[in-house]
Design a binder for this molecule. Structure first.
Ligand SMILES: Nc1nc2c(ncn2[C@@H]2O[C@H](COP(=O)(O)OP(=O)(O)OP(=O)(O)O)[C@@H](O)[C@H]2O)c(=O)[nH]1
Length: 340
């Protein structure tokens, strides 16, 4: 049986540089056995034609709508078909990259990978990568709610086209992005030049025991061989703003009562699931030797016991919710009340 295929979801508003990034990757990774699922909004798929396909590259196109809404069934069907061909040996790929339309909300697409049992087994969603055009992102955020959703969902954000703007415009774009997503590391890339280590195989959806949150905000100019030279950009307190309603919230506590935390999660999801874009938690449960890992997208949630606590460790719980319009103070109180 084949191993689960790693899937990278590439999002970002229209013209943000998704195809350019893909082309750079395809041009520099000779041995990549990759399938690309392209979704173009409109009857003619232009991006598919713009991609430089190589011998090991399979481009599958989905047109006539956007995977997040009208063609979601087609999206699932296309994924299934690709997997069937892979199993039959007629389509060979070890990695799948899904390039969504610039108008797609990533939420329903991500959910597809959680909900569909067959896809869940065969595919492993690696990360959501969002591209943001330094020149236009501020205006796009003002005018299109989906642009904020794309950034809010991202595990990693790549700032493109900074070569086209002055330092002040770039700073404004960075501030704006940071207000929406404090969780994702941010890198600056120009013309798609990005080492694959920066956007592939990030394991962002792994039910791991570590939640590396709020570690700061890093910007680098990702040139050849330079990607290990991180330059911490800044750590500003998160400012709230009416138009950037998506926020990452971190909830910390000690040991939790399993029934209380279960009831809290259930009620939180029932009331606010639609506005909880993503959440992840590593929880310390009283009288249980293992970490409890929780992970979800909107109303789809999974719980799993992870690694054992070491006797010398202090058992602490951390839950991160990325969402919009959440009554955070109320949720903090409720979360705190689940401790023993
Ligand atoms: N100056 C500059 N131009 C860029 C950069 N990245 C992409 N572009 C250009 O921006 C335009 C749009 O890039 P695409 O890669 O087609 O953007 P996309 O996100 O695939 O666009 P959609 O498919 O419409 O969503 C192209 O003309 C690219 O050459 C960059 O870093 N700097």
């Amino acid at each position: 049986m084949n191993q689960a295929v790693s899937v990278t979801l590439l999002t970002g508003f229209l013209g943000s540089g998704k195809t350019t990034l893909l082309n750079y990757f395809l041009a520099h990774c000779d041995n990549a056995s990759v399938a690309i699922l392209e979704n173009e909004f409109g009857a003619v798929n232009i991006d598919g034609a713009l991609l430089r396909g190589g011998e090991n590259v399979n481009v599958v196109e989905l047109s006539n709508g956007c995977v997040c809404c009208s063609v979601r069934g087609e999206f699932t069907a296309a994924l299934r078909e690709m997997l069937e061909k892979r199993a039959a040996g007629t389509l060979k790929f070890e990695r799948l990259i899904v390039e969504t339309t610039g108008l797609a909300d990533p939420a329903p697409i991500v959910q597809t990978f959680f909900v569909d049992e067959h896809l869940r087994e065969a595919l492993r969603l690696d990360a959501v990568i969002a591209l943001a055009d330094a020149e236009h992102i501020s205006r796009q955020l003002d005018e299109h709610a989906v642009a904020a959703s794309q950034l809010g969902f991202a595990d990693r954000i790549l700032l493109t086209k900074a070569d086209r703007v002055d330092e002040e415009t770039k700073q404004l774009a960075l501030d704006r992005i940071h207000r929406i997503n404090t969780k994702a590391d941010l890198f600056e890339i120009v013309n798609g030049e990005c080492p694959e280590e920066l956007w592939l195989d990030l394991n962002a959806f792994e039910l791991t025991d570590n939640i590396d949150m709020a570690a700061g905000f890093h910007v680098i100019r990702a040139g050849a061989g330079q990607f290990d030279r991180f330059q911490p950009f800044r750590k500003t307190p998160v400012k709230r703003s009416w138009d950037d309603a998506i926020q990452a919230h971190v909830f910390d506590a000690g040991m939790l009562d399993v029934k209380k935390i279960g009831a809290f999660m259930e009620s939180c999801i029932a009331r606010f699931g639609n506005d909880m874009l993503r959440y992840k938690g590593v929880l310390a449960i009283a009288d249980h030797p293992q970490r409890l890992i929780v992970q979800g997208v909107h109303k789809v949630v999974g719980f799993d016991y992870g690694s054992m606590w070491h006797p010398s460790e202090s058992r602490v719980s951390r839950l991160v919710i990325i969402g919009r319009y959440l009554p955070i103070d109320e949720l903090r109180q409720e979360f705190a009340a689940t401790t023993i």
